[in-house]
Design a protein around this ligand. Structure first.
Ligand code: HEM
Length: 516
């Protein structure tokens, strides 16, 4: 890291004044150098004194880290067919054939199912964006999620029902609102730092459990304004009870088995689902009686009016959406952070660069909204971690009408699978796809690729509504904890990614930490 070159600037620019009041500390970076602007003073005549410093990162050369552990399994040479059912139940990404890592489209036609696996950016764009209206949520997705989060939630709804819900919650995901959540992200990360400081450090910590806890506390605070007391452990168990049954829903759809048929652990899943619904309903009732005007998700949902259909949200719809946001909004980000920390533990040079960036941008200060833009290398690291270990490792659709995709005629009702895990490691799309190289996400490199080679958040109208939230949250958490602790892998432990809903490491993620 070079010493900063600092200058002082006096200006009377009116629009710069508005900006300076909003963000008194502002940093931006292109990954190789960073500009930091601090407002020293503003007087009533708009005279501002700004300190401007630039840092450059001479050590930021190409960082490519390779390790056999970055390749967690070998894909099957051919589609597995019926013999693959046990693998599907255990870990569905292991059923995706090698062709999805090498070529554009694989058609699997068996008596059981007709699936098109699409790994070509051009056809992905066609499916998710250009012809999005011609595809619906795949029945396995609906059947897996609807019992937990409800048919009426934003995640599952379709058509006009989906559109108005998406519009209703959009304000909470505007950039300025997201920046207002940064103190919550930083405080919750700091709490975790304190928990780790208090714990005995000779034994490994479980990064997966810790990240799940932080992101759960954050989503509850940000979406319910801290008015709710939800028990993270009970929630986590209740969600796991339900998500563990997802492979059964997939198999039942493949065999056209009706929804009411029992499957292993169904009763436990239903009990957990009832607990989740009861608890969320309790929160809605207490908010209605308290008449709070906090600008949070719950109030947006309570106030939402659908002008097209002239209605507001029923309690069932509100329960479904709160559950959707709590579920979709923490587990995925926790998984992204867990793999990021493991990769940083393995690749010490990149961990050092992250630390240098955080120190240059924020020093010892608590991370604030003004620092976010400057944490560009942190973002690149998270993006690269989500390329190798995408929290949502597959995206599914079903065709509503007959059509041609990639020269293949598909009837209505064809299941489409976009194998995000395989797409992100496709040899035709990425150089050295199994290496960890955050520079792939430097702005000049991103411009060279199709947008549809990288899909951690999906694309098109159903793109993750929380992508901006997740990226800011993950960068703030990572910056806070990497500044406080050095991370090391546990010798001999090879984590195994297992896809049920998200790509969790089986058995958690033990890591060694030392205070800096
Ligand atoms: C790293 C973190 C995250 C990842 C990787 C992720 C991934 C995804 C993906 C891939 C989809 C699209 C699925 C499809 O097209 O079928 C999606 C949808 C969605 N995500 Fe996220 N997500 C993350 C964080 C969040 C957060 C923080 C929230 C809320 C605060 C959220 C809420 C949602 C919702 C509501 C949808 C459904 C959108 C719709 O159908 O219109 N996600 N997410």
């Amino acid at each position: 890291m070079t010493t900063p070159l600092a200058v002082e600037l006096r200006t009377r620019n009116q629009s710069a004044r508005r900006f300076a009041v909003l963000l008194p500390n502002y940093n931006f970076s292109n990954g190789y150098s960073t500009v930091i602007i601090r407002v020293l003073s503003i007087d009533d005549n708009n005279l501002m004194i700004l300190a401007i410093a630039t840092y450059s990162f001479p050590t930021l050369e190409r960082r490519v880290f390779t390790d056999p552990e970055l390749v967690p399994f070998e894909p099957p040479e051919r589609p597995l067919g019926l013999l693959g059912l046990p693998t599907l139940l255990r870990n569905y990404i292991e059923t995706v054939p090698r062709s999805a890592y090498e070529q554009s489209v694989t058609q699997i036609r068996t008596r059981l199912s007709d699936v098109l696996i699409v790994s070509d950016p051009q056809f992905i764009q066609e499916i998710l964006v250009e012809k999005a209206e011609a595809f619906g949520r795949d029945p396995t997705t609906r059947r897996s999620f609807a019992p937990v989060i409800g048919e009426t939630s934003l995640f599952v709804a379709e058509g006009a029902d989906w559109r108005w819900q998406r519009r209703a919650v959009a304000p909470i995901f505007r950039h300025e609102t997201l920046l207002s959540f940064v103190p919550i992200f930083a405080n919750m990360a700091q709490r975790q730092v304190e928990r780790w400081c208090a714990a005995q450090r000779a034994v490994p910590i479980d990064a997966a459990a810790a990240m799940t806890r932080i992101t759960f506390e954050i989503i509850v605070e940000a979406m319910l304004g801290g008015s709710a007391s939800l028990d993270p452990d009970r929630y986590s168990h209740a969600l796991t009870d339900n998500f563990d049954t997802i492979p059964w829903h997939i198999i039942y759809v493949m065999f056209s088995i009706p929804e009411w048929m029992p499957y292993p652990r169904r009763r436990r899943a239903m009990r957990s689902r009832n607990f989740l619904h009861r608890d969320i309903r309790r929160i809605i009732e207490s908010r209605r009686s308290a008449q709070s005007s906090q600008p949070d998700l719950l109030n947006l949902l309570l106030a939402a009016r659908d002008h097209e259909l002239g209605r507001s949200m029923s309690d069932d719809e509100i329960v479904a959406n709160l559950l959707t946001f709590i579920t979709a909004g923490h587990e995925t980000t926790a998984v992204a952070l867990t793999w990021t920390l493991w990769l940083l533990a393995k690749d010490q040079a990149t961990q050092q660069l992250v630390l240098e960036e955080v120190r240059a941008i924020a020093g010892d200060q608590t991370i604030n909204a003004g620092h976010v833009e400057g944490l560009s290398f942190c973002r690149q690291v998270i993006q690269e971690a989500m390329r190798l270990f995408p929290p949502a490792p597959g995206i599914a659709r079903i065709s509503k009408v007959p059509m041609e995709i990639a020269g293949v005629q598909i009837p209505a009702g064809t299941r489409i699978h976009i194998p995000v895990f395989a797409l992100h490691r496709n040899v035709g799309l990425w150089d050295n796809p199994n290496a960890f190289d955050p520079d792939r996400f430097a702005p000049d490199q991103v411009k060279k690729r199709s947008r549809y080679t990288y899909l951690p958040f999906g694309a098109g109208p159903r793109i993750c509504i929380g992508a901006g939230f997740a990226m800011i949250e993950a960068a703030v958490i990572m910056a806070t904890i990497v500044r406080a602790f050095a991370f090391q892998p546990v010798p001999g432990h090879k984590p195994k990614p297992v896809a049920k809903v998200t790509l969790r490491p089986r058995g958690g993620m033990p890591l060694l930490i030392t205070s800096r």
